[in-house]
Design a protein around this ligand. Structure first.
Ligand SMILES: Nc1ncnc2c1ncn2[C@@H]1O[C@H](COP(=O)(O)OP(=O)(O)OP(=O)(O)O)[C@@H](O)[C@H]1O
Length: 577
């Protein structure tokens, strides 16, 4: 049951079971000193009433048993501690790895549906919650409940009337906790939303700090952040405050049981149905037995709150992933796009599009902004799956190929280059992890990065800052091309970014691209139309459909959309030059 409910692995559920048993035993051993104390009191009081001498050897035996019981408790507690934390941290590590694996296989449509900061906050928060739940809540909760039930049964054998008195308030205390559950769920959800709002605001504030400063709106933006932080504070106060009321109320009700024990005990003594020693025993054990029960009442609301994290994790686990064969070997890299349709949520972006991208040739995608060029490139790379139709490479439907296997045959050069805060050498090595330093340097040279490296203070070993903040746009592009050259994949998908570059960088990048596209199947999104004059085929897109297709000369002769776009660009550049 635990395994399914808490999403545990085999080892995790075994460890948890052992932790619960250890916790129950260590809790029961905590009762032993009280039982021994009771025996000591009995052995001291009985001689007084019977006018006999105190049995000293019996007293020493009790002292010895007292020490033994403390040692037994230490031993059990140490085992409980070991098993509890082994189960919690081991399982939490597994959960994190499973989540990372799952995220790796999720399609982009999943990330499009979810807010990224919600995703990171939830995932990181949920993993930490599950860790906390397995280390500080579940074993204790179940262990305390089991030991309380065992003690209750033992006490009932001893005297069922007094045992009933001890536990008579327990159902009401539980009822209060259950009533509180509904409030806590609502307030917990609000608290989570306020946390997400803060993380969104902080991220937006930091990401947009240049714009915020540039337009002098830091005061205004800070007010929004301040408001979100205050909301989060109030949500936390409300949540803790209301939960506290229910927990305190249920604890108070439970403790009323001790008063009931006294009342019932006195009544039974008066009618001669109970001896004072048993009465004393119930008072001593009664005061002890409430502490694990109070822990159960305090931990239950925490468990209810934490189960929502498990629910979220479960829904992440049930998201469908992109799977496929990983034994495909392409002999030919021609790409056939056959009547495909694609939409983001409800927005249709590609409509009944068909074309053939020949192997070892350059195909350029051209079209107005928003016509679907980037989307088409991403569909070919299986970042998304088409809604209708089929894309095949060498006759294999890419929907049946594992995305990571497919990526082995493709290099992708994005406009928006992602770099890591590492050395230049390691940033280029991302193209192929097992590449030697010489291979990385050769790729960098072909991508015209050598001039850039010569200028850097520590050459290849220069750290380039977070997301390459110490490099210019053109330099980042060249590093990205070097990665693709190092990967040496037969298909190159290129989102050209020369539009915003200075002439010097543009020349370097054009040289780097010429190296990259040699003898490969290339699909390039061209923003500067003059760079694709030599392309083998130009596909002109408009509103997600092909409106023209052919060589540069054929399209110019056609005098259609391409010619219009080309003359517009010519005018623009003659004005800006
Ligand atoms: N992740 C997304 N979620 C929802 N809609 C999107 C997403 N990406 C793109 N779109 C929409 O799909 C349409 C096509 O976008 P796409 O980026 O493919 O066009 P494009 O031709 O590459 O444009 P540009 O030349 O400006 O880069 C646009 O209307 C865009 O708003």
């Amino acid at each position: 049951m635990f395994k399914r409910l808490l999403m545990l692995s085999d080892a995790g559920s075994k460890n948890l079971r052992q932790a619960i048993i250890a916790c129950t035993i260590s809790n029961l051993t905590l009762m032993l000193p009280f039982i021994i104390l009771l025996q000591v009191i009995v052995s001291l009081i009985t001689p007084l009433t019977n006018h006999l001498a105190v049995n000293k050897s019996y007293l020493w035996l009790m002292v010895g048993l007292g020490i033994l019981s403390s040692l037994l408790f230490l031993l059990c507690y140490q085992r409980e501690y070991k098993k509890t934390y082994a189960s919690a941290f081991g399982q939490a590590a597994n959960t994190r790895i499973e989540v990372a694996e799952k995220i790796r296989k999720l399609p982009l449509s999943f990330f499009n549906r979810k807010d990224l900061s919600e995703l990171t906050t939830n995932i990181m928060g949920d993993c930490a919650t599950i860790e906390n739940m397995l280390s500080h809540v579940v074993p204790q909760l179940i262990g305390y409940s089991c030991s309380s039930v065992i003690t209750c049964v033992l006490l009932a054998f001893y005297d069922w009337r007094m045992a009933s008195a001890i536990f008579c308030t327990l159902p009401i205390a539980f009822l209060i906790v259950i009533i509180g559950k509904g409030f806590e769920k609502k307030l917990g959800e609000k608290q989570l939303q306020s946390k997400l709002a803060v993380s969104n605001e902080v991220q937006e504030y930091l990401d947009g700090i240049k714009i915020i400063k540039g337009f002098g709106i830091s005061g205004e933006k800070f007010k929004t952040l301040d408001r979100a932080l205050k909301n989060m504070m109030w949500a936390a106060i409300k949540f803790e405050g209301i939960s506290g009321i229910f927990v305190t109320l249920s604890t108070m009700v439970l403790k009323v049981g001790l008063g009931v024990v006294v009342l019932v005990g006195v009544k039974l003594i008066v009618i001669g149905s109970l001896d004072p020693i048993t009465f004393l025993a119930f008072i001593v054990i009664g005061s002890r037995i409430y502490s694990p029960l109070i822990s159960v009442l305090t931990l239950l609301p925490e468990l209810f709150y934490m189960l929502t994290s498990i629910e979220r994790m479960k829904s992440l686990q049930t998201e469908s992933t992109m799977e496929g064969r990983n034994d495909v070997l392409f002999k030919d890299f021609s790409i056939n796009i056959d009547h495909i349709n694609f939409s983001y949520k409800q927005k249709s972006v590609i409509n009944d599009l068909s074309c053939v991208i020949p192997s070892n040739k350059m195909t350029a995608l051209v079209g107005p902004s928003g016509s679907g060029k980037s989307t088409l490139l991403q569909l070919i790379a299986r970042f998304w799956d088409v809604d209708k139709g089929m894309i095949t490479i060498d006759g294999n439907d890419i929907k049946t190929i594992d995305p990571e296997t497919l990526m082995l045959s493709m290099s992708f050069v994005f406009q928006n280059v992602i770099l890591f805060d590492d050395t230049i050498l390691n940033n280029i090595r991302i193209g192929r992890h097992d590449a030697s330093d010489e291979e990385v340097k050769l790729a960098a040279k072909k991508a015209r990065c050598d001039e850039l490296i010569a200028r850097l203070p520590h050459g290849w070993d220069t750290l380039i800052g977070e997301n390459g903040s110490k490099l210019s746009g053109g330099e980042r592009q060249r590093i990205s091309i070097a990665r693709a050259l190092l990967k040496n994949a037969p298909i190159v998908l290129l989102d050209e970014a020369t539009a915003s570059l200075d002439p010097e960088n543009e020349v370097y990048i054009q040289q780097a691209i010429s190296e990259l596209v040699k003898d490969r199947t290339v699909i390039v999104i061209a923003h500067r139309l003059k760079t694709i004059i030599t392309a083998d085929q130009i596909i002109v897109l408009d509103k997600g459909s092909i409106v023209e297709q052919g060589s540069y000369q054929q399209l110019i002769d056609n005098n259609g959309l391409f010619t219009r776009l080309y003359s517009l660009q010519k005018q623009q550049f003659s004005i800006s030059n």
